[in-house]
Design a protein around this ligand. Structure first.
Ligand code: TYD
Length: 214
């Protein structure tokens, strides 16, 4: 079975998952711990191509079921090609989004049956589940302000507006509450304070987790 640790970050668009993935990876890397930092959709060449397709703002509406399968196809490739080999090598795998994103966006956001979303994903990943999922909880208004300040291109899901984000945010709270291997953080903190509180929580949980550097 896998040796390494599989850590996933989840949250609505603008909650800061990408930044926190980077900060956690840098902390582990500085302590000499081997890290694989990756993201979904994407993470391998084929899966990144699926990412380009599913997030393409010019694609317009695709069926919700097609969207579910595209994310699952990307995930399946990612698990087989990158996540499992990295865990077997003993790396800590840090992944920006995973199955909970499909439950939150395709299930709660799009209204697909949660049992179906879960089943499709179990088929896609086999038994490859995170050791811990870190949920970054942020009010949708704050997330929107952050996204506006960040500027840049708006992807297909961000285009869909606040109704979806609100349902996704509520979905994440429900998913996290029903999950054993989950921690929820208040993402209104500054990125440095949030990173510190994430590291404190992981240190409390895992004796191997590196101390703060002086
Ligand atoms: P993300 O990479 O966080 O976007 P960005 O780089 O712009 O911050 O995520 C891409 C979008 O895809 C995001 O809106 C969430 C959505 N998504 C799903 O709907 N289902 C999924 O399974 C995943 C992984 C992402």
């Amino acid at each position: 079975m896998f040796q390494g640790h599989f850590i996933v970050f989840e949250g609505i668009d603008g909650s800061g998952t990408t930044t926190q993935c980077l900060l956690l990876a840098a902390h582990l890397d500085a302590a000499g711990i081997p890290v694989t930092l990756t993201r979904e959709p994407g993470g391998t060449p084929a899966a990144e191509q699926i990412r380009n397709l599913v997030l393409d703002p010019t694609l317009g509406e695709i069926s919700h079921m097609a969207e579910l399968f595209l994310y699952a196809a990307s995930r399946s490739q990612h698990v087989e090609e990158l996540i499992i080999p990295s865990l077997e090598r003993g790396d800590v795998v840090i992944c920006d989004r995973y199955i909970a994103s499909s439950l939150a966006y395709q299930g709660f956001g799009r209204g697909l049956d949660l049992g179906v979303v879960s089943q499709v994903n179990q088929l896609a990943v086999g038994g490859c589940c995170p050791d811990l999922t870190l949920y970054l909880d942020l009010p949708t208004e704050v997330a929107r302000t952050r996204r506006d300040q960040r500027g840049g291109e708006v992807d297909r899901l961000e285009q869909l507006g606040e109704g979806l984000q609100e349902r996704v945010a509520r979905g994440y709270r429900e998913i996290a509450a029903g999950e054993e291997k989950a921690l929820v953080f208040d993402a209104r903190l500054t990125k440095e304070r949030l990173a510190l509180s994430i590291r404190d929580a992981l240190r409390e949980r895992w004796s191997w987790f590196p101390k703060e550097r002086e």
